[in-house]
Write a protein that binds this ligand. Structure first.
Ligand code: ADP
Length: 481
């Protein structure tokens, strides 16, 4: 077994370079935690044009080569950068990655197939053959599939590499028409059965079949995705391969999310009392009534129904009869975007809906609000509830996936628990729970501050989980070749 394990993470986004959600947080922070455990962890992501524009002075050109994808011979530029002590490799191709958004193009399948091939073709150029290739979500899935089915039968240096695949959200599986198996994915028809599922190509299914270990991002989600209610059709495969599946809870980067040192917030603080100045500043910035005692409830989220927004839209008008302020930051489904814009028009003194993706503003909101609402229908892990806690903002969540694993109901007699939770996917259960939280804030401020103080001190760092990943990698490397 190698002394310094080498692990290469392949993913479609990572902080601080490109981010649309929790995956970027994880890929931007887990590798640093592994390095602290003595692992040589590195990351490869696509070099989206936004990265080149924003970080031009921080990234260095390494080399270029040609990637063969079926009949195409495509240019691939390779850049490198160091962030948080981690070496990043950036796969460049203007045709594939100079787009308005990271995802949502008609040719996403081809774009990420190119990325996955380039990841493997890059290895001899950087003279880094990892012990573990850790692929994340469907966009990186083909790297593991190509490695196990094709590359390891060619150049001997690919042969020992083990593959760990992580599912960050099983809703997104990478489903494509069979017609593009050879023409776009460059897979011979003999390999069709590896990726075939329900009459389509399913890249997540292919990754599950090919990987040595499958992980998902919380123990509860690992159990949930065995059932049809959570698996978006993939439950048979998840059950078939449960012997290689494990759920490991995500952590957050507690240095990046640290109210004591965070330069993006107005007033830095180490106890909940310090939130007041931030709240007043945010109320001022957003044009809300400046009153430190008005409970401020926030949501920072992708606007999709997975996040429980159907519950919110059903009862928010009722909730806004109370003396509260509601601040939402998010982008996503146009229907939800216009709902929240209209909500602000209807309740201009109480609601601000900021339809944007804005990391700096998100931190101001975490630092200013009192209650963080996350009523998800499903939640693989959820990072926002942990980030909110770090800033002393009490989470109100539905008991599912990682929310169930990280938030326990607060008992105002014993002081146990770290938030407010409800179980059924029911709008009035959510409203009742939200009102319980507001009631504690309003009527028992001492207890509230004790709770807020306690949650700021919870260890949501990567320490424990990075250790578990290190053990998992060791375990995988001890498998017979
Ligand atoms: P998911 O990965 O399903 O989107 P998570 O809770 O795991 O949900 O992670 C969401 C991450 O993205 C958090 O860091 C959250 O603060 C951030 N985020 C979500 N929406 C926005 C937004 N509109 N602006 C800034 N950050 C956002």
């Amino acid at each position: 077994m190698p002394k310094n394990m080498k692990v290469l993470f392949a993913a479609s986004e990572a902080l601080p370079f490109a981010s649309t959600g929790g995956l970027a947080d994880v890929i931007g922070s887990l590798p640093s935690a592994l390095v602290r455990n003595g692992v040589d962890a590195r990351v490869v992501i696509p070099c989206y044009s936004s990265i080149k524009h924003k970080n031009s002075s921080d990234i260095t050109y390494l080399c270029d080569f040609t990637v063969k994808l079926a009949w195409r011979n495509q240019y691939c530029g390779l850049f490198t950068a160091v962030s948080n002590g981690i070496t990043f490799y950036l796969i460049d191709n203007e045709y594939y990655f100079n787009r308005q958004s990271l995802y949502g193009s008609y040719d996403d399948g081809e774009r990420f197939a190119f990325f996955c091939k380039a990841v493997l073709d890059m290895l001899p150029r950087i003279d880094f053959f990892p012990d573990i290739l850790h692929t994340n979500d469907w966009q990186a899935a083909l790297s593991g599939i190509y490695l196990k089915q094709i590359y390891r039968h060619g150049d001997q240096r690919y042969r020992p590499i083990r593959v760990v695949h992580s599912i960050h959200n099983i809703e997104f599986q990478g489903i494509f028409d069979h017609a593009i198996l050879g023409d776009v994915f460059d897979l011979p028809s003999q390999l069709a059965s590896i990726v075939d599922y329900n009459g389509c190509i399913n890249l997540t299914k292919g990754a599950i079949v090919c990987c040595d270990r499958l992980t998902t991002v919380s123990p509860t989600y690992a159990k949930e995705i065995r059932s049809p209610s959570f698996a978006f059709g993939l439950q048979h495969i998840i059950n078939q391969y449960s012997f290689k599946t494990v759920g490991i809870i995500n952590g957050i980067d507690q240095d990046y999310y640290n109210p004591e040192t965070d330069q993006t917030i107005v007033h830095r603080y180490s106890s909940p009392e310090g939130k007041a100045k931030n709240k007043l500043a945010l109320q001022h910035e957003l044009g809300l009534a400046e009153n430190v005692n008005t409970p401020m409830i926030s949501m920072i989220t992708r606007l999709t129904s997975q996040k429980g927004l159907d519950l919110v839209t059903a009862v928010i008008d009722e909730f806004l009869c109370d003396d509260v302020q509601f601040v939402l930051l998010g982008t996503g489904d146009p229907g939800f975007e216009s709902f929240f814009r209209r909500l602000e028009e209807k309740h201009p003194s109480k609601v601000r809906s900021i339809i944007a993706y804005d990391k700096a503003l998100s931190k101001k909101i975490y630092a200013s609000s009192d209650i963080f609402l996350m009523p998800s229908k499903t939640e693989p892990c959820g990072l926002a509830q942990m980030i909110a806690s770090r800033y002393g903002t009490v989470p109100v969540v539905r008991e599912t996936g990682g929310l169930y694993d990280t938030v326990k109901y607060y008992n105002d007699v014993t002081g146990d628990g770290n938030g407010f939770t409800f179980s059924r996917y029911n709008a009035h259960d959510m409203l009742y729970t939200l009102r319980k939280a507001v009631g504690l804030y309003r009527d028992f401020r001492d207890k509230w501050n004790e709770l807020a103080d306690k949650i700021m001190k919870i260890d949501f760092s990567w320490n424990v989980s990075a250790y578990r990943y290190t053990e998992l990698y060791r375990d995988v490397l001890s498998l017979e070749r």
